[in-house]
Design a protein around this ligand. Structure first.
Ligand code: PEP
Ligand code: CO
Length: 472
């Protein structure tokens, strides 16, 4: 493996190269502790924290190194235009929602969306859930004040509780172990469903979500399912047997690697492999608020062998993005680094092109992904946080156009969604209005697309890509 940074065109100073190599030698699962770590809780009882971490270090991992390497290969294929990434799930999972109906419904939405994408894009889809570990949240304010009382902000179930009491808001190390257990339960149920035929293409009716039968999109979806069924029967007739590989699909997990003590405790070496793996998830990402190139999160991420993502927000510049690419993928490896842009519909046209051009010209290999959710959050006058379907859709469409104009490839989408019939985002086929939001608003953090809005978005992506390829 080459020792030096790779860039074909970008100028890298000798000092910088030296620094990169020296730093690489020093990386350890805990070397992030020498850097500034944003968004970390302060545990009132450090002794209890150390005990919880010691127990965590002895617990079984949640994923394996060969699954991680298999995902890296799939992401490399996406980078090269041979596959599309669908990444989605809750903004934050909660311990209370680790139940069969919530998990199964989320899986169904992702399966149905992926079927729409496979059928429409004529391309395999790699499915990555924001689940089995998405328990830590970055917050813009350290404290929250209600009726004159100030308490620490809710930072996700792995850290504290959402109830507005001093007791719930105190960071509790026991939650680290609970998060590991809930992630394992989620993972176990997902694996059992997927291996047990839940994702069987011969039986797409298993994926039906009752409440959506009367949706304006149901007919279009039904037609697509019938056409897939016909294609399947045709192939099996040709083959003269039932094709068993259509019985199951792969699902991978992802979460924001925010709470570094947890990530460190699940960072392990495994027999017959070099290096270190984060075995709490297949595909960790760094959030926008913690993506400083010299910060603790980037330091942690650069040393693990998992494929990793970084959120790229409106304050990113071509220089900061190139710095991140250099540090996180110094050997320009395939399937290593996803850049997930989340600019917002009003800013993407101005901010994204210079970044795409700089990365393209550097010769760096990256997987471009669009998150059309996080740049489009707004707070209504009544205090409810929402997102408008039309703005989400428009940012995605603009992203496809901007990439095509610059000769780069948008190879994936990153969404916040749920299989439940919630009313958190405005608009969509059922034209949800402000008055509808209170009916079924469940998220304790960001508003999610409901099932119908998610499926509609998948159909719109297909239409957009088909229109583009007809133009080409
Ligand atoms: C998120 O994905 O939930 C999130 C907080 O995103 P970002 O870091 O892009 O704001
Ligand atoms: Co979010």
């Amino acid at each position: 493996m080459p020792e030096l940074p790779f860039f074909a065109n970008a100028a890298v100073s000798p000092e910088r190269q030296f620094a990169t190599i020296a730093e690489a030698k020093e990386w350890r699962p805990d070397s992030w502790r020498h850097r500034r770590a944003e968004q970390q809780p302060v545990y009132p009882d450090p002794e209890a924290l150390n005990e919880a971490l010691a127990r965590l270090r002895r617990l079984a991992p949640l994923v394996t190194s060969w699954e991680i390497l298999a995902l890296r290969e799939r992401l490399a294929e996406a980078e090269e235009g041979r596959c599309f990434l669908l990444q989605g799930g809750d903004c934050a999972e909660s311990f209370a929602d680790c139940d069969s109906s919530t998990i199964a419904a989320r899986l169904k939405v992702l399966l149905q969306m992926s079927l729409v994408l496979v059928h429409g894009l004529r391309m395999p889809v790699v499915r990555v859930g924001r689940f089995a570990g998405q328990y830590a949240k970055p917050r813009s304010a350290e404290y929250e004040t209600r009726d004159g009382i100030t308490l620490p902000s809710y930072r996700g179930d792995i850290i504290n509780g959402p109830e507005f009491t001093a007791e719930a808001r105190r960071p509790d190390p026991a939650r680290l172990l609970e998060a590991h257990a809930r992630s394992a339960m989620t993972m176990n149920f997902v694996r059992a469903l997927v291996d047990g035929g839940f994702a069987d293409l011969h039986h797409p009716e298993y994926w039906d979500l009752d409440w959506v039968r009367h949706s304006p999109l149901a007919a279009e979806y039904q037609r697509m399912v019938e056409s897939i069924g016909e294609a399947l029967r045709f192939m099996e007739t040709l083959a003269g047997r039932r094709i068993s590989s259509f019985n199951r699909v792969d699902f991978y997990t992802s979460h924001e690697a925010l709470l570094l003590v947890y990530e460190e405790a699940l960072t392990r070496q495994v027999p017959h492999q070099w290096g270190w793996f984060n075995l709490s998830t297949h595909f960790p990402w760094v959030g926008m608020r913690t993506a400083q190139v010299d910060g603790a999160h980037v330091e942690y991420m650069r040393g693990i062998r998992n494929p990793i993502g970084v959120k790229i927000g409106p304050t990113a510049t071509p220089e900061t993005v190139l710095d991140l690419v250099r540090v996180l993928n110094p050997h320009n490896e395939r399937g290593r680094l996803a850049l997930i842009h989340r600019m917002g519909v009003d800013r993407i046209e101005k901010l994204l092109p210079p970044i795409l051009a700089a990365v393209r010209d550097s010769g760096a290999r990256v997987l471009w992904v669009c998150d059309p959710m996080h740049g489009n959050t707004e707070v209504l006058p009544n205090g409810i946080k929402t997102r408008r379907f039309d703005r989400i859709r428009r940012e995605l469409e603009l992203a496809f156009d901007i990439h095509a104009d610059l000769g780069t490839r948008l190879a994936g989408i990153h969404l916040e969604l749920t299989g439940e019939n919630v009313t958190e985002c405005l608009g969509g086929a059922r034209e949800l209005e402000e008055a509808d939001l209170e009916r079924a608003y469940k998220s304790t953090v960001d508003p999610r697309l409901n099932y119908e809005q998610s499926l509609e978005l998948a159909m719109l992506i297909v239409r957009k890509c088909q229109a583009r390829s007809r133009q080409a």
